[in-house]
Design a protein around this ligand. Structure first.
Ligand SMILES: N=C(N)NCCCCNCCCN
Ligand SMILES: [Mn+2]
Ligand SMILES: [Mn+2]
Length: 288
């Protein structure tokens, strides 16, 4: 099928399913219009797809081959350069189009700036937002733009979506106060462990939108992300949390955002691609 706002790009190498029949539908969002530190998020989706070429589709610890799952790749959203709100509108429209033809599809966004998660959340209307991120992203506005990536969790919270955040190690006093006022739970990267995660997400209403800002990982794993921060989580920390959510909660959608770089084979994209495979593997083998 044709979507109004997508364009062709490098696709995954798997035998791909049509979006109408797929269980997983990948959509790239190559937007980097509000990046303030390191550039390159516009290359994120292409870098992740390319990085998948390095990976086996068979997942050893699950004994599953994700190439056997119905996965569609509908390409990238045609971005409105420099305008995060208009681009997020296109993300929203694209996901709505998809859900009209395939209500049971799980959309997977590959970014691109975290600002674009807002469009996916607006389309899917989850009850809760679980996010792995170095940053609180709770600013009212940043650099004169309320749709800057540093504001995305604030905009989502204003929609009445419950939030829980993990791996945090950067924010302002105002953001911390906002979280406190609104009852938004967050766990500092220093205090993160699996038990703390389960305790906070267990009571959250479903369905859940799960967002991984790649900068949640220690910067050794994601050196090219736009606003890297030392002291982050390890790879298996996040995989284990994803596995718990997939097993125990209904997932409305998933994303891996803030992947950036300027060279194929970038470490950051390799981290993202591996996480993508684990998410699909875990979802594809969950108990019905
Ligand atoms: N969500 C984000 N990526 N936020 C990062 C915002 C950039 C804050 N730099 C502040 C630097 C002060 N000297
Ligand atoms: Mn971040
Ligand atoms: Mn973020």
């Amino acid at each position: 099928m044709d979507f109004l706002y997508t364009c062709e790009t490098l696709k995954l190498e798997f035998p791909l399913a049509e979006p109408e029949e797929a269980k997983f539908v990948i959509l790239g969002v190559p937007f980097d219009g509000t990046t303030s530190f390191k550039p390159g998020a516009r290359f994120g989706p292409t870098l992740i797809r390319h990085a998948t070429l390095n990976l086996e589709s068979y997942i050893l610890d699950y004994d599953v081959d994700i190439a056997e799952f119905p996965i569609a790749d509908i390409g990238d959203v045609a971005v409105v350069a420099g305008d995060p709100r208009k681009t997020a509108d296109r993300v929203m429209e694209t996901i709505k189009e998809l859900k009209r033809v395939n209500p049971s599809a799980t959309p997977i966004l590959l970014g691109g700036e975290h600002s674009q998660t807002l469009g996916a959340v607006e389309a899917l209307k989850p009850a809760s937002y679980v996010v792995f991120d170095a940053h609180l992203d709770l600013r009212e506005s940043y650099e004169d733009n309320p749709y800057n990536h540093a504001c995305v969790a604030r905009r989502i919270s204003e929609l009445g979506v419950r939030e829980a955040m993990f791996g945090i190690r950067s924010g302002t006093r105002e953001e911390v106060e906002y979280a406190e006022r609104e009852g938004i739970a967050w766990v500092h990267a220093r205090d993160y462990d699996f038990e703390a995660f389960v305790e906070l997400v267990k009571p959250l209403p479903e369905p859940i939108y799960l967002s991984v800002d790649i900068d949640v990982f220690d910067l050794s794993l994601v050196p090219s992300t736009g606003t890297p921060e030392a002291g982050g989580l390890g790879f298996w920390d996040v995989v284990e949390a994803v596995e718990w959510l997939v097993e125990n909660k209904r997932i409305a959608g998933f994303d891996i955002m803030e992947v950036a770089g300027s060279e194929l084979g970038d470490v950051t994209a390799l981290t993202a691609a591996k996480l993508l495979f684990y998410f699909i593997g875990a979802m594809g083998t969950r108990r019905p």
